[in-house]
Design a protein around this ligand. Structure first.
Ligand code: AHR
Ligand code: AHR
Ligand code: AHR
Length: 481
C-alpha cells in the first residue's frame, strides 16, 4: 500500500498527493512531475518506474543532459487535478517576471529510495508553488490532515516554508485562514524547545507550536536529515506530530484545543494549496520537500502511524551532491574558462571582486595567487565545497545579491550557505559546472569577465541564456601557487 491507500483505509482519503520522488498510491502509474529544460524550453513528464514505485530519475537526467532543468508542475496523484505550479504574486511579489515566484531546480535535492535515485524539491528563498483553485480541500472549519517529508537540515528563519491549506487570493485575509505545515527556525511568531528548527502550524498571522501564540516547550527542535511533519485540524482540535522519516515512529508534539487567540476557533480555511511560501506569498524561506499529502477528514493517529511506517519502508537515504571531475579537499586549484574567445582566463579576484583574468606561467606570484583557490569542505554542507583564497586565507568565494564576492568568513550560517558550491560534470562537456548549494538553479558564471551566481534565463543581465552553458563550464587543474 502507499500512503494514500492507508489514508483511504482510515476513511480520511487524500484529496491531494504530491511527490517528485515516488507514487503515493500502490497502483499509481501517472505523472509525478514535469520538468522544463533551458536549452529549448521543452518539457517532459516524469512517471514512476513501476506502479506505486520510485520516480524515473534517469529519464530526467537524460532529458536534462547538457542543460539546466526546472520543476514546472508537481502533479496531484489523487485524481482531483490539484497540481502545484509556479506561484503567482500576492501580498508579496516573487522575483520572476510579473511577480511570479522562482521554480525549483530539478537537481537540487538528489536522494535515494531503497537505493534508487530520485529528486526532491529544493526550495531556495523566492521559490514557491501554489494552487488557488483546488478541489476537495477543507474550507471553513472542516477537518483535514496533512503530512510532508522534508529535509530537516535545510531551513531558515524567513517566512514561511509551508505545505498545506492557504488563502485562494494569495493575500493575508486574517487569522485562521490557513492551516499548513511550517518547518524552520522562525521565531517571529511561535517557537518550541531549543533553537529549532521546529514543525509548527501556519494558521495565518501566526506559526503555532502549541496552544499559546508564543513559545510552547512541548514542540521539540527536530533536525533529522529526513523529517516527517504532520499537522491536522478539526473543530476546536488540532495536532502537530513528527518523527524521523528514515526510522521509528511519530511523536505527538501538541494535540488539543485551538489557540486561545481570536480568529482561530472556528477556523476560516480557504482551501488553496501552497508549497515553500506563506499564505500571502511571503518568499523568504527555504526548505526541501520530497512528498506530502492533504486529506479530507481528521486522520487518526493510527492511520498516520501506518503512513510513517510506509515512509520508513520507502528507504529515504542521502546520495552524492556532486559529479564530474573530482575535487580534493586541501588541494589548491585553478579554474579555467572554456567559453571560446575567453579560454585563457581563470577565475581570480581583485580585492573583493571575483573576476576572470588571463594568467600564464610568466605572471607574477601575486597574480598567480589571485587565481589559485584552496578546496575546502563546504561551509554550509559537507557534501559540497567552498573555495578559500590562496592569498587571503579565511576569505571565501560567496554570492551576495547573486554577485560572487571574496569575503572573510564571519562564521554565520548565511555565509556558509552563500559560500557552498556543488560541482557537477561540465554542462558543455568540459570540466565542471559549479552550482550554488543554496540556489541550485544558479551556477558560477562569468559575464563581462565578472563572476555571478547566474540562472539560465533569469531576470538579471548576467542570467542571459546566450553563452550560458559555456560560461558556466570551467576546467579544474592544479593551482598556480
Ligand atoms: O502566519 C505566518 C504568515 O503570516 C503567513 O504565512 C503569511 O500569510 C503572513 O505573512
Ligand atoms: O546572493 C543571494 C543572497 O544575497 C545571499 O544568499 C544573501 O547573503 C544576500 O542577501
Ligand atoms: O565573461 C565574458 C563574456 O561576457 C561571456 O562569455 C558572455 O556571456 C558575456 O557577454
Amino acid at each position: 500500500a502507499g500512503p494514500c491507500d492507508l489514508y483511504a483505509s482510515g476513511d480520511t482519503p487524500c484529496i491531494a498527493a504530491h511527490s517528485t520522488t515516488r507514487a503515493l498510491y500502490s497502483a499509481y502509474t501517472g505523472n509525478l512531475y514535469q520538468v522544463q529544460r533551458g536549452s529549448d524550453s521543452a518539457t517532459t513528464n516524469i512517471t514512476p518506474l513501476s506502479a506505486g514505485g520510485v520516480a524515473n530519475a534517469a529519464a530526467q537526467d537524460a532529458f536534462c543532459a547538457g542543460t539546466t532543468c526546472l520543476i514546472t508542475i508537481i502533479y496531484d496523484q489523487s485524481g482531483r487535478g490539484n497540481h502545484l505550479t509556479q506561484a503567482p504574486p500576492g501580498g508579496f511579489s516573487g522575483p520572476e517576471a510579473n511577480g511570479y515566484d522562482h521554480l525549483a531546480s530539478a537537481i537540487g535535492a538528489p536522494i535515494t529510495l531503497n537505493g534508487q535515485k530520485a529528486y526532491g524539491v529544493f526550495s531556495s528563498p523566492g521559490t514557491g508553488y501554489r494552487n488557488n483553485a483546488a478541489s476537495g480541500t477543507a474550507t471553513g472549519d472542516e477537518p483535514e490532515g496533512m503530512y510532508a517529508v522534508l529535509d530537516g537540515t535545510h531551513y531558515n528563519g524567513g517566512c514561511c516554508f509551508d505545505y498545506g491549506n492557504a488563502e485562494t487570493s494569495s493575500h493575508d485575509t486574517g487569522n485562521g485562514h490557513m492551516e499548513a505545515i511550517y518547518f524552520g527556525d522562525s521565531t517571529s511568531w511561535g517557537s518550541g524547545a531549543g533553537s529549532g528548527p521546529w514543525i509548527m502550524a501556519d494558521l495565518e498571522n501566526g506559526l503555532f507550536s502549541g496552544v499559546s501564540a508564543g513559545n510552547n516547550a512541548g514542540d521539540p527542535s527536530i533536525s533529522y536529515r529526513f523529517v516527517t511533519a504532520a499537522v491536522k485540524g478539526e473543530p476546536n482540535q488540532w495536532a502537530i506530530r513528527g518523527g524521523n522519516s528514515a526510522s521509528g515512529g511519530l511523536s505527538t508534539f501538541y494535540s488539543g484545543v485551538r489557540p486561545d487567540v481570536s480568529g482561530y476557533n472556528p477556523m476560516s480555511k480557504e482551501g488553496a494549496i501552497i508549497l515553500g511560501i506563506g499564505g500571502d506569498n511571503s518568499i523568504s524561506a527555504q526548505g526541501t520537500f520530497y512528498e506530502g499529502v492533504m486529506t479530507s477528514g481528521y486522520p487518526s493517529d493510527a492511520t498516520e502511524n501506518a503512513v510513517q511506517a510506509n515512509i520508513v519502508a520507502a528507504g529515504y537515504a542521502v546520495t552524492s551532491l556532486t559529479s564530474g571531475p573530482a575535487l580534493t579537499v586541501g588541494s589548491a586549484i585553478s579554474l579555467r574558462v572554456t567559453t571560446p574567445g575567453y579560454n585563457t582566463r581563470y577565475i581570480a579576484h581583485t580585492g573583493t571582486t571575483v573576476n576572470t583574468q588571463v594568467v600564464t606561467s610568466a605572471n607574477t606570484t601575486a597574480i598567480k595567487e589571485q587565481a589559485s583557490w584552496t578546496v575546502r569542505t563546504g561551509l554550509g554542507n559537507s557534501g559540497c565545497f567552498s573555495f578559500e583564497s590562496v592569498d587571503t586565507p579565511g576569505s571565501y568565494i560567496r554570492h551576495y545579491n547573486f554577485v560572487l564576492l571574496l569575503n572573510a568568513n564571519d562564521g554565520s550560517k548565511q555565509f556558509g550557505e552563500d559560500a557552498t558550491f556543488c560541482p557537477m560534470a561540465g554542462l558543455n562537456g568540459q570540466g565542471n559546472s559549479i552550482r550554488s548549494w543554496s540556489y541550485p538553479t544558479r551556477f558560477m558564471r562569468h559575464y563581462d569577465n565578472v563572476l555571478y551566481a547566474a540562472s539560465n534565463g533569469g531576470t538579471d543581465t548576467f542570467d542571459a541564456t546566450a553563452s550560458f552553458i559555456n560560461d558556466v563550464s570551467f576546467v579544474v587543474s592544479a593551482g598556480f601557487a
